[in-house]
Design a protein around this ligand. Structure first.
Ligand code: GLU
Length: 288
C-alpha cells in the first residue's frame, strides 16, 4: 500500500456530529493504515457563519476521539490570495464571466423554463449572464452592480477535453473505478460569490493540491462535486488526487444528520458519558 495523504475538512459553522466523526475517523484511519499523513483543514471561507469557538470545539472533539494530525491546521480564510490567483488564471483563459443575476432573477427564470435541467444542488443556472456582451458587462460594473464570477463549464469542458477520476470507494449509486467526468454536472458554477467569498469548489481543489492530498475521502453527498473538481484541476494544471467516497451516517428516520440537530453532536454525547470507543462502536468502525 502506498502512503496516502488524507484530510478532514470541516466548516467551523457548528458542532461536530456523528457524521463528521465518521468522516474524520475514516480519513485518519485510511492515512494511518497506509503509513501516510492525516491533515485537518478548516473550511472557513464564509466569515459570517464560521466561528473560532466552533473551531476550538471541533479540534477538541477530534483529540478526544483519539485522532491526531499533522500540524499546522490550515484555514481557508488565510488562503484567499491563492484562490484569487487561481480565479485570475481562469479569467486569463476566458473561462469565467461576471453574473449579475439576483436570486430572484434566477428563480424567475427557473419558473419560466418548464423542464429546466436539474443538477445535484437543484435547477441549473440558465446562463443569462454568459451571453452578455462586453459593453453591457462593463456598463453594469461601472454602475456599481454587484456580481459573482461563474465558470463557463461548456467552454471549460471543451478546452479540457475528456477527463476521468478514480473512485476507490463507491459513489451513491455504487459508482466505482475510473469515472468519466461530466463537467456540466453543476452547470455554470459560481467560483466567487457576490460578497467575494470563494466557492467551495475552487478553494478545495487549490488546497488539496497545495497540501499534497493524494486521496480525498468524504461522504457520498460530495461525489458529484468530484466532476467539477476534476475539471478545475485540469484547467489549473493541478495534481489529481484519487477519491474514496463513503457512506453517510443517517438518523433513526433514515435522514442525513444536520448540524442544527444537537442530539447527535459529540458535545452532547460526551456530556452524556459516551466514550470514544462507544462512538466507534455506534459508527461500526473497528477500534484501533
Ligand atoms: N467542508 C466540507 C464539509 O464540511 C467537506 C469538503 C470535502 O471534504 O471536500 O462537508
Amino acid at each position: 500500500m502506498k502512503p496516502e495523504t488524507t484530510r478532514f475538512a470541516p466548516s467551523p459553522t457548528g458542532l461536530l456530529h456523528l457524521g463528521h466523526a465518521y468522516a474524520a475517523i475514516f480519513a485518519a484511519d485510511t492515512a494511518r493504515a497506509s503509513g501516510g499523513r492525516f491533515l485537518v483543514r478548516m473550511e472557513d471561507t464564509d466569515r459570517v457563519r464560521s466561528k473560532v469557538a466552533f473551531e476550538a470545539e471541533i479540534l477538541d472533539d477530534l483529540r478526544w476521539l483519539g485522532l491526531w494530525w499533522e500540524e499546522p491546521v490550515w484555514r481557508q480564510s488565510a488562503r484567499v490570495a491563492d484562490y484569487l490567483a487561481a480565479l485570475e488564471r481562469l479569467k486569463g483563459l476566458g473561462l469565467v464571466y461576471p453574473c449579475f443575476c439576483t436570486r430572484k432573477d434566477i428563480e424567475a427564470e427557473v419558473a419560466q423554463a418548464a423542464g429546466a435541467p436539474q443538477g445535484p444542488d437543484g435547477l441549473l443556472y440558465a446562463g443569462t449572464c454568459r451571453v452578455l456582451g462586453d459593453e453591457v458587462r462593463q456598463a453594469r460594473m461601472d454602475a456599481g452592480a454587484s456580481f459573482a464570477w461563474r465558470l463557463d463549464v461548456a467552454r471549460a469542458a471543451s478546452l479540457a477535453g475528456a477527463l476521468s477520476f478514480e473512485e476507490t470507494g463507491a459513489g451513491p449509486q455504487g459508482e466505482h473505478g475510473v469515472i468519466a467526468v461530466d463537467g456540466l454536472t453543476y452547470g455554470d458554477v459560481v467560483l466567487a460569490r457576490k460578497d467575494g467569498v470563494i466557492s467551495y469548489h475552487l478553494a478545495v481543489v487549490v488546497d488539496d493540491a497545495d497540501q499534497g492530498v493524494t486521496l480525498v475521502t468524504r461522504g457520498h453527498d460530495l461525489f458529484a462535486s468530484a466532476h467539477v473538481h476534476r475539471l478545475l484541476q485540469a484547467l489549473l494544471r493541478l495534481p489529481v488526487p484519487r477519491y474514496r467516497h463513503h457512506r453517510l451516517i443517517l438518523d433513526a428516520n433514515g435522514k442525513r444528520l444536520a448540524k442544527r440537530d444537537d442530539a447527535t453532536s459529540l458535545k452532547v454525547l460526551r456530556a452524556q458519558g459516551e466514550t470514544p470507543e462507544g462512538i466507534r462502536a455506534r459508527l461500526g468502525v473497528t477500534s484501533r
